[in-house]
Design a protein around this ligand. Sequence first.
Ligand code: LFR
Length: 475
Amino acid sequence: MSVHTAVDLGASSGRVMVGRAAPGVLDLTEVHRFPNGPIPVAGSWFTDAVGLWQQIRTGLRAVARRAPDASTVAVDTWGVDYGLLAADGTLLGTPRHYRDARTEGIADGVHARTPALELYRRNGLQHLPFTTLYQLIAEGRLLDLADRLLLLPDLFGFWLAGVQGAEATNASTSGLLDVGTGRWGDDLVALSGVRPGLLPAVHDPGTVLGGLRADVLADSGLGSGTRLVAVGSHDTASAVVAVPAEDERFAYIACGTWGLVGVELEGPVLSEDSFAANFTNERGVDGRIRYLRNVMGLWVLQQCVAEWDADLPGLLDAAADVPPGGPVVDVDDPRFLAPGPMAERVRTTVTESGRRPPATRAEVVRCVLDSLADAFARSVADAVRLSGHDVRVVHLVGGGARNRLLCQLTATACGLPVVAGPVEATALGNVLVQARAAGDLDGSLETLRALVRQTADLTTFEPQHRPLNTGVGVS
Ligand code: LFR
């Protein structure tokens, strides 16, 4: 059985994992973990791509020590962000982080030329101010120097294997992909102002991209037969692959720094109501549509914990003792997007709503979690209403699955059972698609999901009674 290396770069941490998958077997071992996050430089926010590359190198050496014959490698990262390359392949500048303020107001200018609903019908995306399309318009002079744009997983893929391409699930977060064809939309590319030749050809997950560069092999110690494979290189696409669903009647919450809430569909929903509710149609593995909304996720809580330099488990225990029925905020308020003093922003938002602001840290945490659970429940209800896709259970995967209080509050707010786990859904989805490409597994996503269900550690949270004056609930 082959050994697969998943390089999974998340918003707050990156990891290199080795895994194996075959009928009846699915295992995953972390060999290297490192912190990640937007880095402030003179008032702007950047991603340290070279620093991440250094961590990937360290991770690959650790893989080679355990499993020198590792047969395939694949990378997934968050969406939308990119690097620009010169004709000789040199990275031009440090990639900007999507939380940077440079995209403020850009979308309004674009929508004055192409109405937002028209754009929605072309690229299927919810409005997020930082979609690649808007970032490119904000990019300025560097674009004139660039010969190639690579989204982040494709950039690391280029550094690993020397091949340039655009993996489809992640390209679908750019706003430049035609929602109907899953390939670059000429009109969308023109709207972004970039030359068509800047973008490499799109390929689908499962494509074997080629062997690793000689310098990477020499540095890591990996065997010369190691191949780079395209998986759902958008982290959320890989996470959705590993949802341990029994049948298609499920909603998912991929809960990490973001909470990506939705259902899986065979085709996009491009109605005016869907547009108004800000639902996106991102591409999934095997051409599925990830019909979802971005909810702010654990970001607000992570920022509070970092600011307090506090211990999360202790805070969660204290938050569980705060009585229900406290204030909730709209976690999707744009004021929570940028890094900064989050607890203060939460208090101010509650005060503006006319309620008593949370006084203690435990109350702030409870307010954030109650607010998240309500936002999750609203999005599940909207996804069902707008797509007509029936849902019996909510699968909460990713780091948020460790947060029992959040899982319980979400089950109660949704009025549906929440199955929590696996925590490492993204890396598992990455490994599963590699294993399928390597021929160790075959079958549909349903077969891959059955394997996750068989092997993962899952906890079910049933809805509990809640006071009538709080939250929304899905009936
Ligand atoms: C989650 C995620 C979301 C995307 C956001 C920004 O990690 O990839 O799906 O909207 O990050 O790229």
